[in-house]
Design a protein around this ligand. Structure first.
Ligand code: AMP
Length: 249
């Protein structure tokens, strides 16, 4: 079995996001970038499946600028076998990423595609679903447990009501939740070894698809600052304030 894992380079989750003065976006210069957190879970799960003997090869793929290959190298350092960087600059919306991944799926013919449930920069939660629709493959989103069985996957999903367990036929798309596993750290020797693993570069323009953005971003601004709270001395005072000041009851 071959597993393709999609990994995205995003601003590190610990970074305090700053909006550019002209409102054209957020500051990315000299800002720490990392793998989108649930994508680390997707890589970890693929590696665990390979370690259990149920997968033979893991291919990590990213779409982005030249620097995005760092994200692929990280996946290689924790156990992926090969990497692909699809070079594209500017905004690449989920539909464009899904179309690019479709081309990579056609070329690589994986049995499974693992992705993150959501990218923490755009918070779209769309790419996996769009890829499944384009390929007409079954999908299991928000996976918090995956069991590989004969030709099917049993996937436990985190849904609003709690946990839901479904079975999807292979080939399928799985989007991974943070509770799926505990991603391992790359050891220094493995980081060094990853530098020698193959990393193919493909120019998105060679794939013959339209990846132009469909959405025009008009302005990015900071959310309004929260006002300081107050302490009330009694329930009566709270009710009176909710009624007369906040006017919510
Ligand atoms: P989104 O739909 O943007 O929230 O992203 C969901 C998932 O799609 C991410 O967790 C990644 O696994 C994958 N993905 C999105 N954008 C990219 C990209 N540029 N390169 C590789 N994978 C991506």
């Amino acid at each position: 079995m071959k597993i393709l894992v999609a990994v995205k380079r995003v601003i590190d989750y610990n970074v305090q996001i700053r909006v550019k003065e002209d409102g054209s976006g957020v500051v990315t210069d000299n800002v720490k970038m990392s793998t989108n957190p649930p994508d680390d879970n997707a890589v970890e799960e693929a590696v665990k499946i390979k370690e259990s003997g149920k997968a033979k090869e893991i291919v990590a793929v990213t779409v982005g600028e030249e620097k995005a290959q760092e994200t692929v190298r990280k996946a290689l350092a924790v156990g992926a076998d090969r990497g692909i960087l699809v070079k594209a600059s500017g905004t690449i919306e989920p539909l464009a990423v899904a179309k690019i991944l479709q081309k990579i799926v056609e070329k690589e013919k994986p049995d499974l595609v693992f992705m993150g449930k959501q990218a923490i920069d755009d918070d779209c939660n769309q790419t996996g679903q769009m890829l499944a629709a384009i390929l007409n493959w079954p999908q299991a989103t928000f996976a918090s447990k995956i069991d590989v069985k004969e030709n099917v996957l049993e996937v436990t999903r985190e849904v609003d009501e709690g946990l839901e367990t479904i079975e999807v036929k292979i080939p399928s798309i799985v989007t991974c939740d943070l509770r799926l596993n505990e991603p391992r750290y790359a050891s220094l020797p493995n980081i060094m070894k990853a530098k020698k693993k193959p990393l193919e570069q493909i120019d998105a323009s060679e794939l013959g698809i339209d990846i132009k953005p469909r959405i025009e971003q008009i302005k990015v601004e900071e959310p309004p600052k929260r006002k300081a709270g107050i302490k009330v001395s009694s329930v009566e005072e709270l009710v009176q304030k909710l009624k007369n000041e906040a006017k919510v009851i």
